[in-house]
Design a binder for this molecule. Structure first.
Ligand code: GLA
Length: 736
C-alpha cells in the first residue's frame, strides 16, 4: 500500500509516484503537516516540526497555547483557536458561536478511492491505482464530525483531498466555511501562477512572486467563471517549463470557489482551496452530512510542463468518462458564427450539403431553433421546436443531415429562462431570486432554480422530448449568465445561503441523468465561451468550448493557459471565418487549422460562403487532423513557446507515450525583418533514438541533438507566397 501509518511516531506517509506527503498527529490530537515534495525514503520526518523549540506543545506550555496554534503547520485549520492564518472551517453552533476545534479520533487506510456523493471527482479504474486515507476528527462540544479524505495515486504524482462533515450532536449546526484542502509550506519562496481573463480572453496565465499577506482568486458568480479559473500553482522562483518545483492545485467544482496563498509573519506559506466561503452557509441537522468537493494536488520536480502532463494524464484516465473518453471526436461544423440566429431548415441543409462533400462529419445546430427565438431576448426554457424556422420539424432536418452521411448535434441552455417565455409565464417563481426584490437581467435572461427537483424534472422532460424525437448524437450545453439575487423561493430563511451549492448540485444531477440516459450522445459544455472550463464539468463532458474567441492568434494564449492543467483532448477548438468576428484579424486558413488541431477540431463558418480556396483546403485539413489526432489526444504535450512573454512566435509539441513519433507545431506571430532562420530545441524525445522528419526520410538526427541543438525554422512563406505574420508550420518526427 502506498499509504502508511507509523504507530510509534503517530505519523502518516502518503506516496504518489514520485511524491511524498507526510503529516502526523501531535499533542491533543491536532493534525500537523510535515512534508510535501519529491519522494523521500524515510518513514517519518517529524524532526522537521521543531516541536522542541519554543513555542512548545500545548501540554508543555499551557500558558501560551495560542502561539503554538498560530505557528503549527496544520493539515486542516479551525477557526477560533488562535490560528490567525486562513481557516478551513468555521461554524455557527446552537449558541451562535463560531469556534470549532477538530481533533483526531481514528483513521482507516484502504486500496482504491471512494466516490463523492452527488459530486464529480477523480476515480480509479481499478483499486491498485490508488490508496485512500480517511481520518475522522471530532469537535466534541458540538458533535461535528469531520472526515478528511486523502487519496494518493500510485503511478501519477497526484494526491487528492476532500472532506465530509456529519452532525453527530443533537442540535443543528450551521457550516459557514468548509474548504477542501490546506497545505502549510515551510517557506515563502514561490511564485503563484493563476489563470485569469474575461469573456473571449479566458485563462491567460499570470505569474507573480508571493508576498506578505493574502493573495487570492475566487468566483462568486455561481460558476467557475471567465475571470478566474479554479486552478493555482505555487512554483519555485526558478521554475520554468522544464525545471524547478511546481505544486498545482485544481478544484473539481463548477461553482463559487476560493484559492489563496498567504505568507505569514514567519515567512511560511499557507495555501487553501475550496468552496468560496463568501455568502456560503449550510445547515446540518442532527445526523445530516455535507460532502465538500475535491482538490487535486499535483507535484512536479521538473517544472511546470511535467505538472501539466500529470494533470492531463489524470484527467484523461481518471476523470473523463463515457464513450468518447478515448475516441477521436467527429469533425463538426457549428452554425453559430455562420448564421447567428438567422437560419432555417434550408440554410442548415445547404451548409450540411457542402460540409459533407468536404469530409465534415457532424452538423451542430446552435442557439435559435426553439420557442420563438430570433435573437437572444426570448424563449429560453421553451425547449420545443420553432417550426417556422425548422420547417418540416426536427426529425425531417436530422434525417436529411443523416442522409448526407453526417451526424446531428443540438444546442441547449437548460439552466436558463427568458422572461419572454411560456415557462417563465407559467412559473415565475422558478427563477433564482430574492423575495420582494427586482430581478437583475443579464443577456435578457434569468437563471432557473436548479436547487428544485421539480424544475430540473420539467426541464429534463422537455429535453428528453427533443432528444427522443430525432437521431441526435451531440449536445452543446451552454450557460450564458451569472447569478444575481442569490435566493430560492423554495428554501426556508435559514437555508437561503445553501442556494449556491444546491444550484451546482442540481446542475450535476441533471448532467448525470442526461449522460446516464443517453450514453451515446457526445456532450460538450460551454459557458459564454469558456466560463465553466473546470474539472467538475470534465466529469460529465469529455470536451468544453474553450472560448468564444476563435481567432487563431488569440487562441494561442487561451489554449496555452488552458493546457496548464486541462488536456488538449478536452479543448473545443474550431476554424472560423475571417476577418475574425471577435478581433477582426485576418489569419491564413492553414494557421487556423493548425491551431484548432490542438483541440477537438471543427468548423464554425458558413462553408457555402467562405473563399473557394479556403473551402478547397478543408479536405486536406481534415486529413491532417485525422492523421495527428491520436497523437494529440493521447500523447504528452510540451509547450515550447510562451506568447505571454514572447509575441514573435509560438511552438509546442505532442510526443507519443512510447516516443516513437512527435508532432511539432510552430506559429509565426509577428514577422521580423531580415532574419534567416531560428533554432528551436525540441522536447520530450528519446535522446538515444534517431528520428527523421517525415518529408526528409534520409536525414536522421538523434533525439539528443533535436533536443539540445534543435532544428532550424526557416522563414515561413504562407500559401500565397507572402512572407508574413500569422503563418504556421508543422513537422512530424518519426523514430528511425
Ligand atoms: C454562447 C456560446 C456560443 C453560442 C452562443 C449562442 O455565447 O459560447 O458559442 O453558442 O452562446 O447564444
Amino acid at each position: 500500500m502506498n499509504i502508511n501509518y507509523n504507530e510509534k511516531e503517530r505519523s502518516f506517509r502518503l506516496d504518489a509516484k514520485d511524491t511524498s506527503y507526510m503529516f502526523k498527529i501531535v499533542d491533543d490530537g491536532y493534525l500537523c503537516h510535515v512534508y510535501y515534495g519529491k519522494k523521500v525514503p524515510d518513514e517519518d520526518l517529524g524532526y522537521l516540526l521543531r516541536l522542541d523549540e519554543s513555542p512548545k506543545t500545548p501540554r508543555e506550555n499551557m500558558r501560551d497555547k495560542a502561539t503554538f496554534m498560530d505557528t503549527l503547520p496544520f493539515e486542516y485549520s479551525c477557526f477560533g483557536l488562535g490560528d490567525y492564518r486562513e481557516s478551513c472551517i468555521k461554524i455557527v453552533d446552537q449558541n451562535g458561536c463560531t469556534t470549532v476545534d477538530l481533533r483526531y479520533v481514528s483513521h482507516r487506510i484502504y486500496k482504491g478511492k471512494p466516490a463523492l456523493a452527488g459530486l464529480p471527482a477523480t476515480f480509479v479504474n481499478n483499486d491498485d491505482e490508488a490508496s485512500t486515507l480517511e481520518i475522522t476528527c471530532i469537535d466534541k462540544p458540538t458533535g461535528l464530525q469531520a472526515t478528511l479524505f486523502y487519496t494518493a495515486f500510485t503511478n501519477l504524482d497526484v494526491i487528492t483531498r476532500s472532506i465530509t462533515l456529519k452532525n453527530t450532536g443533537e442540535k443543528p449546526i450551521e457550516i459557514t466555511r468548509v474548504l477542501s484542502a490546506c497545505v502549510d509550506f515551510d517557506d515563502d519562496c514561490y511564485d503563484m501562477i493563476t489563470l485569469n481573463g474575461s469573456w473571449a480572453r479566458e485563462r491567460h496565465m499570470e505569474r507573480a512572486p508571493l508576498h506578505h499577506g493574502k493573495q487570492s482568486i475566487d468566483s462568486i458568480k455561481g460558476e467557475s467563471s471567465h475571470q478566474n479559473n479554479p486552478f493555482a500553482a505555487l512554483v519555485s522562483h526558478n521554475a520554468d517549463e522544464d525545471m524547478g518545483e511546481a505544486f498545482g492545485f485544481n478544484f473539481v467544482y463548477s461553482g463559487n470557489f476560493f484559492a489563496q496563498a498567504e505568507v505569514t509573519q514567519h515567512k511560511k506559506t499557507r495555501f487553501v482551496m475550496g468552496i468560496n466561503p463568501l455568502d456560503f452557509g449550510w445547515k446540518l441537522e442532527s445526523g445530516e452530512e455535507f460532502v465538500a468537493p475535491e482538490v487535486v494536488m499535483v507535484h512536479s520536480d521538473s517544472g511546470i510542463g511535467k505538472m501539466s502532463r500529470t494533470f492531463h494524464d489524470l484527467y484523461r484516465q481518471n476523470l473523463i468518462r463515457g464513450e468518447y473518453k478515448d475516441k477521436r471526436r467527429p469533425v463538426l461544423i457549428n452554425n453559430w458564427e455562420a448564421t447567428y440566429f438567422n437560419f432555417d431548415t434550408d440554410k442548415l441543409i445547404s451548409i450540411a450539403k457542402e460540409a459533407s462533400k468536404l469530409g465534415i462529419e457532424m452538423l451542430v445546430m446552435d442557439d435559435g431553433w426553439f420557442g420563438h427565438r430570433e435573437s437572444d431576448n426570448s424563449s429560453l426554457g421553451d425547449w420545443f421546436v420553432n417550426e417556422k424556422k425548422i420547417k418540416g420539424g426536427l426529425k425531417y432536418l436530422v434525417d436529411e443531415v443523416n442522409k448526407l452521411g453526417m451526424k446531428f448535434g443540438i444546442w441547449f441552455e437548460p439552466e436558463m429562462v427568458s422572461p419572454d417565455s411560456e415557462l417563465y409565464k407559467a412559473h415565475p417563481d422558478w427563477a433564482i431570486q430574492v423575495k420582494n426584490r427586482e430581478l437583475t437581467m443579464s443577456r435578457e435572461q434569468y437563471i432557473l432554480d436548479f436547487s428544485r427537483k421539480e424544475v430540473r424534472d420539467y426541464v429534463y422532460s422537455m429535453m428528453k422530448n427533443i432528444l427522443d424525437s430525432a437521431n441526435i448524437e451531440y449536445i452543446k450545453w451552454d450557460m450564458n449568465r451569472q447569478v444575481t439575487e442569490p435566493g430560492s423561493l423554495a428554501l426556508p430563511p435559514e437555508r437561503q445561503r445553501e442556494i449556491w451549492h444546491r444550484y451546482v448540485l442540481g446542475v450535476y444531477d441533471l448532467m448525470n441523468r442526461l449522460t446516464t440516459d443517453y450514453p451515446h450522445i457526445l456532450l460538450e459544455n460551454c459557458s459564454g465561451g469558456g466560463a465553466r472550463f473546470d474539472p467538475g464539468m470534465l466529469y460529465y463532458s469529455p470536451q468544453i468550448w474553450t472560448s468564444d474567441d476563435t481567432d487563431a492568434i488569440e487562441r494561442l494564449k487561451i489554449q496555452h493557459g488552458t493546457s496548464l492543467c486541462y488536456p488538449c483532448s478536452a479543448m473545443g477548438a474550431h476554424v472560423s471565418d475571417c476577418p475574425n468576428h471577435t478581433v477582426g484579424r485576418n489569419t491564413p486558413f492553414k494557421t487556423r487549422g493548425h491551431v484548432a488541431m490542438v483541440g477537438t477540431f471543427g468548423y464554425e463558418l458558413d462553408v457555402t460562403k467562405i473563399p473557394e480556396e479556403d473551402r478547397n483546403s478543408i479536405p486536406g485539413q481534415i486529413e491532417e487532423f485525422n492523421k495527428y489526432n491520436a497523437l494529440v489526444r493521447t500523447g504528452d504535450h510540451y509547450r515550447i513557446g510562451n506568447t505571454f512573454e514572447n509575441i514573435e512566435w509560438d511552438a509546442w509539441m505532442f510526443v507519443a507515450k512510447d516516443k516513437s513519433e512527435a508532432l511539432f507545431e510552430f506559429v509565426q506571430i509577428l514577422a521580423r525583418p531580415n532574419y534567416r532562420s531560428r533554432r528551436i530545441k525540441l522536447k520530450g524525445l528519446d535522446p538515444d533514438a534517431y528520428y527523421y522528419e517525415e518529408s526528409e526520410p534520409d536525414r536522421k538526427i538523434s533525439g539528443a541533438a533535436l533536443m539540445n541543438a534543435g532544428i532550424n525554422i526557416a522563414k515561413i512563406w504562407n500559401g500565397d507566397g507572402i512572407y508574413g505574420d500569422f503563418s504556421s508550420k508543422i513537422l512530424h518526427f518519426i523514430k528511425a
